[in-house]
Design a protein around this ligand. Structure first.
Ligand SMILES: [Zn+2]
Length: 232
């Protein structure tokens, strides 16, 4: 947002006060995107959470992913879904950075360390259309807390993939097969590194697994999957 709009912000906030992206009540001054009660309503992930354990086991047994860290349970029509929707389709990149910050705290809390953070890349056409990569906003939020570098040029999406929402697990795997690659000359940067690969929401994990497997075969010693949310 330009300086002009920043200067206008207090006035536009007065005329159109920011509302909660989920329940639409007017936000308190210190709240961002979601009101306090909607924030509190999002189920928080701990290492004992069933969905977390199942997701981690599924990723680890497929090979390529060495660990998983997430913060929120993604519930259909819940406040976290509203937050992700605001991030992806209303362009609230600050929402991504904010949940990324919470994810960064979880990463520190769980004793995870890494050399670099890589967002799951969008295909360039999609990136151009959306104007930003929501996974990168989350990665930047993680970096705000951990100070690890965010690397955006070591992994590319070669083709745009169908939206995964209506596909089952096997179809999702097929959909992302061969979709990612490490560009020539970039493997050197990944050699023997511990990497965190970040997505907004992990469902079956097909996307993050495809990325992790490419990173491992390019020489990364360890890949940890990270997402703001986990979905059933
Ligand atoms: Zn609310």
């Amino acid at each position: 947002m330009g300086v002009f709009f920043s200067l206008l912000q207090p006035f536009t906030d007065f005329i159109f006060p920011p509302t909660c992206v989920h329940c639409r009540i007017v936000l308190e001054e210190d709240d961002r995107h979601l009101c306090r009660s909607c924030w509190k309503a999002i189920p928080w992930i701990i290492p004992e959470t069933g969905l977390y354990r199942e997701s981690r086991e599924r990723l680890q047994s497929a090979g390529g992913v060495d660990g998983l860290v997430s913060v929120y349970v993604f519930e259909k029509d819940g406040p976290f879904q509203a937050m992700i929707h605001a991030l992806k389709y209303e362009g609230f990149q600050s929402a991504g950075r904010m949940v990324g910050g919470v994810l960064g705290e979880q990463i520190i809390e769980w004793g995870i360390t890494a050399d670099a953070i890589l967002p799951v890349p969008l295909h360039r056409a999609k990136h151009r259309e959306r104007g930003f990569n929501q996974a990168e906003s989350i990665a930047r939020g993680i970096a705000d807390r951990t100070q690890w570098p965010v690397v955006t040029n070591a992994l590319v999406r070669l083709r745009s993939t169908k939206t995964q929402t209506k596909l089952d697990a096997a179809e999702r795997r097929k959909n992302v097969e061969g979709a990612f690659a490490v560009p020539g000359g970039k493997s050197e940067d990944l050699k023997n590194k511990t990497l965190i690969i970040v997505d907004d929401v992990i469902t079956t994990g097909a996307t993050i697994l495809a990325c992790a497997q490419v990173l491992r075969s390019s020489g990364a010693s360890s890949v940890i999957a990270a997402s703001a949310g986990l979905a059933q």
